[in-house]
Design a binder for this molecule. Structure first.
Ligand code: FAD
Length: 288
């Protein structure tokens, strides 16, 4: 099923994100995660694409397995930086044969040991990937990434939203947001993108902070602002993982309850492959 149809038919679309095993690592753990996620019936499950395409085969195989073995609608992440058109076309034909209908079209980030000038990429931005796929086929429903606090490289939030509009006009039919911890910033972002004429549905990206030590990595990746109440929770439970997880779940649940009250079109949970977190959060917040 195309994810755009799910948004059309559901009030609050609930999705979960997982990552595939590293190349050569066992798949058992992630398959258990998928089985457990199935019990809470997410509307779709997205599978990340390792930086620089390092998990390409794992991402493709897992996405196909989620659809054909577990009967859950999958969304495959696909990045285009450092990639040739022929490689993208080969991937599209592989996933088409596997029955995949949905792709999150992303630029990706350059690995630390490469530089933009030396690689022979056919794509500069996610927009190029969306346009390339759409110029070939209408078989896939394409999602794109949005950044409530602006993408870290963007000159301004307004410029970044203009680029989001470009992606949506080229064929991006829904948006999944970067993680944020302050709902007010998300509401302001939604107002701005609607003012600028972007009409496609937007899912709010929610990251449960279940370990204090992970937070700095999350912030480094997302550049999300930390509200004072979350900072004090993290300081309080820095050395107590059990209490940190409880408090992190509570924080995420409150965020989601408020988002639902405000009528958001979707909640996208970064599960970090922890189905137990997704189960608790979806049940406590009334999503499931
Ligand atoms: P783009 O939309 O291309 O934007 C990148 C930057 O370029 C922005 O600053 C934008 O404003 C600017 N820009 C865009 N178009 C133009 C233009 N025409 N002219 C000038 N500037 C322009 N990464 C992975 O490697 N694997 C994943 O699985 C993955 N999943 C993600 C899931 C979500 C929900 C999100 C929010 C991000 C994910 N990322 C993933 C990270 C993403 O790849 C990075 O944030 C990357 O830096 C930007 O990707 P993008 O698709 O948003 O790029």
């Amino acid at each position: 099923m195309k994810i755009s149809d799910i948004y059309r038919n559901k009030k609050t679309v609930f999705s979960c994100e997982v990552f595939p095993p590293k190349p050569g690592a066992k798949k058992d753990g992630i398959l258990e995660t998928i089985k457990d996620l199935k019990k809470i019936s997410p509307d779709f499950v997205s599978v990340t694409y390792g930086a620089g395409g390092e998990t390409k085969d794992g991402t493709i195989e897992m996405t196909i397995q989620i659809k054909n073995t577990y009967g859950i609608e999958p969304l495959m992440h696909l990045t285009c930086l450092d990639t040739k058109k022929e490689e993208i076309d080969t991937i599209l034909s592989r996933i088409s044969k596997g029955g995949i209908e949905n792709i999150l079209s992303l630029r990706g980030d350059m690995l630390a040991d490469r530089d933009f000038k030396s690689v022979g990429s056919d794509f500069s931005y996610a927009y190029d990937l969306v346009a390339h796929i759409k110029s070939h086929t209408n078989e896939f429903c394409l999602g794109v990434a949005g950044y409530p606090e602006g993408h870290p490289e963007a000159y301004s939030l307004e410029k970044d939203i203009k680029h989001l509009k470009q992606k949506s006009q080229a064929g991006g039919s829904f948006v999944i947001s970067q993680m944020f911890f302050n709902n007010e910033l998300f509401y302001m972002y939604l107002d701005k993108i609607r003012e600028m004429g972007i009409k496609v549905p937007v899912s709010a990206g929610i990251m449960p902070v279940f370990k204090a030590k992970l937070l700095s990595k999350m912030i480094k990746l997302s550049h999300a602002t930390l509200p004072a109440d979350l900072v004090s929770i993290v300081e309080k439970y820095r050395d107590n993982d059990t209490e940190m997880e409880k408090a992190g779940i509570e924080f995420a649940v409150e965020q989601i309850e408020d988002l639902i009250k405000h009528g958001v079109e979707g909640i996208h949970l970064f599960t970090m492959n922890r189905a137990s977190l997704a189960k608790k959060i979806s049940s406590y917040s009334g999503l499931r």
